[in-house]
Design a protein around this ligand. Structure first.
Ligand code: C5P
Length: 308
């Protein structure tokens, strides 16, 4: 196939992010419960003379256009595996906040992989796609799969989860991003400082919460709100103390739960229903504690070819 192919990929929120100790390879073992939410990036692959990236969207100027872009790395990994030249123009229509803790970069990688696979006719199996995703980044396999899933290992070993209902979310997008490695480093530093230690020998193995999995399964938003946790939240708040005000503004407005999304700085608010979500969104927009407010519900489907 040589015509353009477009893939659409959702953002995610982590409803549980339990972080184990620092491993010798620099990663942390996780019990990471992902929920895909309906904010999407679209990645279009078009035949070209060389690998090239362009980006459109409000945050486009924050996205790298070189080979550090995760979409480029995904295309390169697929091309290398199949011994073909990575000559593709990847255009990213970006709606997911950049460096926000919502897996926007990972979404672009999963989208690029799916779009290039269709365009180049490499016909990678699902297992091969998942292994290429894991090579590119810990959160990329989930961007491919979507829905809800438990991620073990560094987050790449996925078990799909059942969800009994749609959950309504509001996202408060901060000014500027946070670097994921910097947030993990701060988490380690805080653990060292508190005297518990930060390595795998010091920190108990992270385990998924049974109450949280049950709440997802039964579609009970109140029970889910009581069970959400994010071990990276203290680190994100330490690096960006003003996020505490954003979290408070959402809680005051009636959110069932307020938490930092992944490594932040986007804050996520779980609402009882669509109407409450609108109220929480309006209050956050009026609070002056964030740059933009978005509403989305999850679970959302994973990466999908929409055109091509
Ligand atoms: O896998 P990915 O490239 O997205 O990870 C980015 C960085 O986040 C890693 O280099 C590491 O510092 C940190 N990380 C971690 N443990 C994980 C996932 C990511 O420490 N499970």
């Amino acid at each position: 196939m040589t015509h353009p192919v477009t893939a659409r990929v959702p953002a995610k929120v982590n409803v549980q992010l339990a972080v184990g100790g620092l491993r010798p390879d620099g990663f942390h073992d996780l019990a990471n419960v992902f929920l895909a939410v309906g904010l999407y990036d679209e990645v279009t692959a078009t035949p070209a003379d060389t690998l090239r990236i362009t980006v459109e969207g409000a945050d486009a100027h924050h996205v790298p256009l070189d080979r550090t872009n995760l979409a480029a790395r995904a295309a390169l990994a697929l091309a290398e595996r199949h011994g073909i030249a990575p000559d593709v123009h990847l255009h990213i229509a970006k709606d997911i906040p950049v460096a926000g803790g919502m897996a926007g970069g990972s979404a672009d990688a999963a989208g690029a992989l799916l779009a290039c696979d269709a365009m180049w006719g490499t016909r990678a199996s699902r297992a091969e796609l998942l292994s290429l995703c894991a090579e590119v980044g810990s959160d990329v396999p989930f961007s491919l799969v979507g829905g809800a899933a438990l991620g073990r290992g560094r987050g790449e070993l996925l078990t799909p989860l059942e969800t009994g209902s749609t959950f309504h979310w509001v996202f408060a997008v901060a000014d500027g991003g946070l670097s994921t490695p910097a947030v993990y480093r701060e988490c380690d530093r805080l653990r060292e400082e508190s005297g518990t230690g930060a390595t795998v020998a010091d920190v108990p193995d992270p385990e998924p919460s049974e109450a949280l999995l049950r709440a997802l399964r039964t579609g009970d938003a109140t029970a889910l709100a009581a069970a959400v946790t994010n071990d990276l939240q203290p680190a994100a708040l330490s690096l960006r103390p003003a996020l505490a005000e954003t979290l408070r503004a959402g809680a005051d407005a009636g959110a069932l739960a307020s938490l930092v999304s992944g490594s932040g700085p986007t804050c996520a608010f779980l609402a009882k229903d669509a109407e409450t979500a609108r109220e929480v969104a309006a209050a956050l927009a009026a609070s002056g504690t964030c740059r933009t407010v978005r509403e989305a519900f999850g679970p959302a489907p994973g990466a999908t070819v929409v055109d091509g």
